[in-house]
Write a protein that binds this ligand. Structure first.
Ligand code: NAD
Length: 312
C-alpha cells in the first residue's frame, strides 16, 4: 500500500484528503491550523499534525501532497524531498524560476519523484484531445484558445492570476503542442484595485512553425468559464473543462462523443499513486513545472515592458 500524507487541508487540500482516502492511500494529514488538522484526523481516522516537520519525523510515508499556499511550496517540497519522500506539489510548483531549478536539483539529489498539480492533463476531454493530436485525426493543430474566467476567490493572495490560474493553460498548451513556446507576448492588469497582484491576463504564446496559443484568464467575469477551442487544419474541437463536453466540428458536421464524467483529481492522484508504486516518473515532471514558471515570468515581464519576450 502507498502511504501518502497531505499538508494543507484548506479549500483544495480537503479534496486531496477525500480522494486519497478513497484510494486507500491516506496515511496522515497536516495543517498549521490545529483545529483543521484535528477535524480531518478524526473524520478520516489518520494521525493529524500541525507541523510538516513532525509529520515527516513520526510517519513513514511514501509521498506527501503539498496543498499549502504557493509561497510555501518551495520550503515544503524541499523538506519532503530531504526526508526521502516523493513530492506532489500543487500548482504553481514554486513562485520563482530560481526556486523551481533548486527543487528539481533537490529531487535529483534525493532520487525521489517531483510532480506538479497540472490537473487539466487528467481532465478526460484534454486527454482525448491529446490522443487526437497524437493520432493526427484532425490534421495539424494550429491555434489553441483558452478562457479561464471567474470572479476572484477570497483565499489567493500570495500570487497573481498568472501564477495561480494561467499556469494551468500554459501547461496544457505546452503539453498539447509537445513543446515550449519560443515567444511570449502579454498584457496583464488589475481591474479591482487596490490589488497587489494582477487579476486579468491576455497571453499570446508563439510555438514552432505557426502554432499559437491565446489565453484569456481573469478574476473579473462574474460567471465561471473554462473553455478551450482547438483549431486544426481539418476542423475545430471545442472543450468545456467543467462539463467535460467535447464538440468536434468537421465541415458542417458536429459530433459530441459520449463520455462518462470522471473527477480529474481522482484520475490525477490515481496516476500519481501508480507512478509511485511502479517507481516511475509521474506524467508531469519537475521540468514541466519549471518550464511553466519560465513562461509565467515572461508573461509578467512582457506586460511590464510592452514587448515580446523570446525564450532561449
Ligand atoms: N489544481 C487545482 O485545480 C487547484 C485548485 C485550487 C487550489 N489549488 C492549489 O492548492 C494550494 C492550496 O490552495 P487552497 O485554495 O486550498 O488554499 P487555502 O488557503 O484554502 O488552504 C491552505 C491550507 O494550508 C494551511 N497551511 C498554510 N501554511 C501551512 C504550513 N506552513 N504548514 C501546514 N499547513 C499550512 C492553511 O492553514 C490552510 O488550511 C495552492 O497551491 C493552490 O494553487 C489547486
Amino acid at each position: 500500500m502507498v502511504r501518502i500524507g497531505v499538508v494543507g487541508t484548506g479549500g483544495w487540500g480537503k479534496n486531496h484528503v477525500r480522494v486519497l482516502n478513497e484510494l486507500q492511500c491516506l496515511a496522515a494529514v497536516c495543517d498549521m491550523d490545529r483545529e483543521r488538522a484535528d477535524a480531518f484526523s478524526k473524520s478520516f481516522h489518520v494521525p493529524g499534525y500541525a507541523s510538516l516537520d513532525d509529520m515527516l519525523k513520526k510517519e513513514k510515508l511514501d509521498a506527501v501532497t503539498i496543498c499549502t499556499p504557493a509561497s510555501t511550496h518551495f520550503q515544503m517540497a524541499t523538506k519532503v524531498l530531504a526526508a526521502g519522500t516523493n513530492a506532489f506539489v500543487e500548482k504553481p510548483m514554486t513562485t520563482t524560476v530560481r526556486d523551481a531549478e533548486q527543487l528539481i536539483q533537490a529531487a535529483k539529489d534525493a532520487n525521489r519523484a517531483l510532480t506538479v498539480g497540472f490537473i487539466e492533463r487528467f481532465n478526460p476531454p484534454i486527454t482525448g484531445l491529446k490522443q487526437m493530436i497524437t493520432e493526427g485525426k484532425m490534421g495539424e493543430p494550429i491555434l489553441l484558445e483558452f478562457h479561464r474566467e471567474n470572479r476572484r476567490g477570497q483565499n489567493i493572495s500570495d500570487v497573481g492570476i498568472v501564477k495561480d490560474a494561467s499556469v494551468h493553460d500554459i501547461d496544457t498548451a505546452c503539453w498539447l503542442f509537445g513543446e515550449v513556446p519560443k515567444v511570449v507576448y502579454a498584457r496583464v492588469g488589475a481591474a479591482f484595485v487596490p490589488l497587489e497582484h494582477e487579476d486579468f491576463a491576455a497571453i499570446l504564446l508563439g510555438f514552432s512553425g505557426q502554432k499559437t496559443a491565446f489565453l484569456v484568464t481573469n478574476w473579473v467575469t462574474p460567471n465561471r468559464v473554462r473553455t478551450l477551442s482547438a483549431v486544426f487544419s481539418g476542423g475545430v474541437v471545442d472543450v468545456d473543462f467543467v462539463t467535460q463536453q467535447t464538440s468536434i466540428h468537421e465541415g458542417a458536421a458536429t459530433t459530441v462523443p459520449a463520455r462518462p464524467y470522471q473527477e480529474p483529481l481522482m484520475l490525477e492522484l490515481k496516476a500519481f499513486v501508480e507512478a509511485i508504486q511502479a517507481k516511475k516518473q509521474p506524467l508531469v515532471t519537475g521540468k514541466d513545472g519549471l518550464n511553466v514558471l519560465k513562461v509565467a515570468e515572461a508573461v509578467l515581464a512582457s506586460s511590464k515592458s510592452g514587448t515580446p519576450i523570446y525564450l532561449g
